[in-house]
Design a protein around this ligand. Structure first.
Ligand code: GLN
Length: 497
């Protein structure tokens, strides 16, 4: 199947309803494309073809019944194939989190976000590659090997939801779930030229999302466009009694038909246009901001003065939470065990052999930041500065409706480019971390290409629970431009080989 045959979410659902295509045929085509491309992309860790075809069959039966009796209510996403990041549990399907410590772990329960998609009729084609426990910005920290960027196979797809982003960019599936703790939906979306929606903390239940940084973790959507992300969002969002931080707020179904940005106040924070940013990224983002101005938006220069502290604050808080969350992987409760003479040796062997270098680094950083005598100086201090960063956003949103900024300082970098230096890798996150620390939503989408032919993207950030404003603003841009419709060339030659 050719890339252009994999339609948008909107077109897929229309075609299914009209009976132009069956979910079975569509799913089969997605699975064939997955199989043809996974060798070079390595976007999927665990394809689930039998399960997907069973779900598709079931969807087709429901469509047939509905054709007999149109009063039957159809699930809203019936028959739509999607991919799921491998940190979200799906009952009966291997969930590795990109780690050898969960090799062959089969969860007996399903994440609420996935459960809701299944109830909405989605067909799940498989689990996508991720940095180990979502710790990374390139998918190179996956214990099962990196994912490759569909635009250039020598480049990273970003991370940690790199598998989901690559799967959507390569048009294997119309949409996928990812997670964003410090940029992991937005940055891979940016590197792969797709649209990535990071939801407000508390918008989507974290139940069944394997915890990394519990006060930062969010579930989000990767899709071809803001319109498609808007179609998925209402079906994963909402209160869930199994996650006390999920909010009991109505989930607006986002109406995009008259998405105008006339009068929209777009803030441009000066702290996001700094030395060291790749000139083509800055130019691309500035050109997109200019496009907003021409569409009637009002551009306002703003300041988020504590932006520079987001990186050190995040790299204390996230590892601190991770060190506690990952204590449960001890060889007893989950996954495989490495034997030892005594119990503590078994712990030591299991964790020593089965966690990767980056995960161990974070556990050590976090344990140190939380330890007696250092807690106040590191973790305590970081929490205080986090509050200041949150206040920066609150005051900015008194003046503007959305904030426009680059997603990352560069376009996709080469596999191995930062592998010698954790700090260089962490610096890739400077523009995405603040939204997570403040808990606000963000959306990344392509606004051009660099001279290497790699996507350049920008992000819009909005006030808490204003995903609708972001989706509308991104949709307005996508109505006026066609960057989001570009498809990586050359993959189909691989497909045909
Ligand atoms: N790159 C960041 C990290 O390594 C963010 C990852 C994420 O959002 N899961 O922690």
């Amino acid at each position: 199947m050719k890339a252009e045959n994999v339609m948008s979410v909107r077109a897929t659902l229309d075609a299914l309803r009209q009976g132009d295509i069956t979910s079975y045929d569509l799913t089969k085509a997605c699975l064939q494309r997955l199989e043809a491309l996974n060798g070079c992309l390595h976007a999927f860790l665990t394809p689930t073809p039998e399960l997907a075809l069973r779900q598709a069959d079931e969807a087709d039966r429901k469509y047939a019944a509905w054709r007999q009796d149109p009063s039957i209510e159809l699930p809203p996403l019936l028959g739509l194939p999607m991919a799921i990041k491998d940190v979200l549990a799906q009952s009966g399907v291997r969930c590795t989190c990109g780690s050898k410590i969960l090799e062959n772990f089969i969860p007996p329960y399903t994440a609420t976000s996935v459960e809701r998609l299944l109830r909405a009729g989605v067909v799940t084609v498989g689990k996508t590659n991720t940095d180990e426990f979502a710790m990374g910005s390139s998918t190179e920290n996956s214990a099962y090997g990196p994912t490759h960027n569909p635009w250039n196979l020598e480049c990273v797809p970003g991370g940690s939801s790199g598998g989901s982003a690559a799967a959507v960019a390569a048009r294997i599936v119309p949409a996928a779930l990812g997670t964003d703790t410090g940029g992991s939906v937005r940055q891979p979306a940016a590197f792969c030229g797709v649209t990535g929606l990071k939801t407000t903390y508390g918008r989507v239940s974290r139940y069944g999302l394997v915890a990394y940084g519990s006060s930062l973790d969010t579930v989000g959507v990767l899709a071809q466009s803001a319109e498609d992300a808007a179609l998925i969002l209402p079906h994963i969002a909402g209160r869930d009694p199994r996650d006390a931080t999920s909010m009991d707020l109505p989930v607006p179904s986002v109406r995009l038909d008259q998405a105008s940005v006339q009068g929209l106040r777009v803030g441009v924070p000066k702290e996001y246009f700094i030395d060291g940013i790749q000139p083509e990224v800055e130019q691309g983002v500035r050109a997109a901001i200019e496009a907003y101005r021409q569409m009637g938006a009002q551009i306002v220069e703003i300041s988020l003065p504590n932006t520079a502290y987001a990186l050190p604050v995040y790299y204390l808080i996230a590892p601190a939470e991770a060190s506690a969350n990952l204590a449960r992987y001890d060889g007893i409760r989950f996954g495989p065990r490495e034997e030892g003479e005594r119990m503590w040796e078994m712990f030591f062997n299991t964790r020593g052999k089965r966690f990767g270098a980056e995960v161990k680094r974070r556990i050590m950083l976090g344990t140190y930041a939380l330890s007696a005598g250092y807690y106040d100086a590191y973790y305590g201090q970081a929490q205080k500065v986090r509050t200041l960063i949150k206040h920066d956003f609150e005051s900015a949103f008194n003046e503007v409706d959305v904030i426009a900024a680059p997603v990352a300082p560069t376009t996709a970098f080469r596999i191995g480019q930062h592998s010698g230096s954790p700090l260089e890798m962490y610096l890739e996150d400077i523009f995405t971390l603040p939204a997570n620390l403040a808990g606000v939503p963000g959306i990344a989408f392509p606004v051009g290409f660099d001279s290497q032919g790699l996507p350049v993207s920008m992000q819009l950030m909005g006030p808490h629970f204003r995903e609708d404003a972001l989706l509308r603003a991104a949709h307005a841009y996508q109505q006026a431009t066609d960057w989001h419709l570009q498809i990586p060339e050359g993959l189909d030659r691989k497909d045909n080989q």
